[in-house]
Design a protein around this ligand. Structure first.
Ligand code: HEC
Length: 168
């Protein structure tokens, strides 16, 4: 009788070790914040600026968008696309922002809006972040429309190299 219990116990122990075993090694490609788990260009292609406008409510206490708009707690964002971080004239940025090697594109903005402190640690922008990638894409589309970006296109898109008429 006693032996059988021991045997059952051993079987149970072995089974539980086996069951736990394969889960232990870290899985390559496992989620690490999720930043690379989606394609921002794809999301931008189907982004809805009108929906993004609602999310700008979370920014407007600190940012204006229109050309010549005032700096508030944060800098005016007109012309922000294609500009280096920390470069709006007349705004006093944090040292972290001035030192950051970041140019604002839909991709860098996506990371910024997701979690400012992760993209530029030590910046003074206090913002919790927007979790949903499509929400961020919608907001970025709205920003492109409102800040004078070339129809929301990157320079390559605006003037595709292959389509330049080149007569020999
Ligand atoms: C509580 C105020 C606050 C809120 C809310 C806020 N920001 Fe900011 N933002 C700032 C400040 C302050 C800076 C400058 C940070 C620094 O100098 O470290 C900044 C910087 C930025 C920059 C960089 C500008 C540049 O010239 O390099 C962008 C882009 C930006 N914010 C976008 C947003 C967006 C989009 C939202 C809403 C999702 C938002 N911010 C919400 C305060 C805010």
């Amino acid at each position: 009788m006693y032996c059988r219990y021991v045997r059952v116990l051993i079987v149970v122990l072995v089974l539980s070790v086996v069951a736990c075993g394969p889960a232990d090694p870290p899985q390559p490609g496992a989620k690490s914040g999720g930043s690379d788990a989606y394609d921002i260009a794809k999301l931008m292609a189907s982004a809805d600026a009108a929906k993004g406008k609602a999310f700008f409510m979370q920014c407007r206490a600190c940012h204006s968008l229109e050309q010549g708009g005032k700096h508030m707690i944060g800098p005016n964002l007109y012309g922000v696309f294609g500009r280096k971080a920390g470069a709006a004239p007349g705004f006093s940025y944090s040292d972290a922002m001035l030192a950051a090697d970041v140019v604002w594109t839909p991709e860098t903005l996506d990371h910024w809006i997701e979690m400012p402190a992760k993209l530029i640690p030590g910046s003074r922008m206090v913002f919790v972040g927007i979790r949903n990638p499509q929400d961020r894409a919608n907001l970025i589309a709205y920003l492109q429309a409102e800040t004078g970006d070339t129809a929301g296109m990157s320079p390559e898109e605006a003037a595709p190299a292959g389509e330049m008429p080149q007569e020999p």
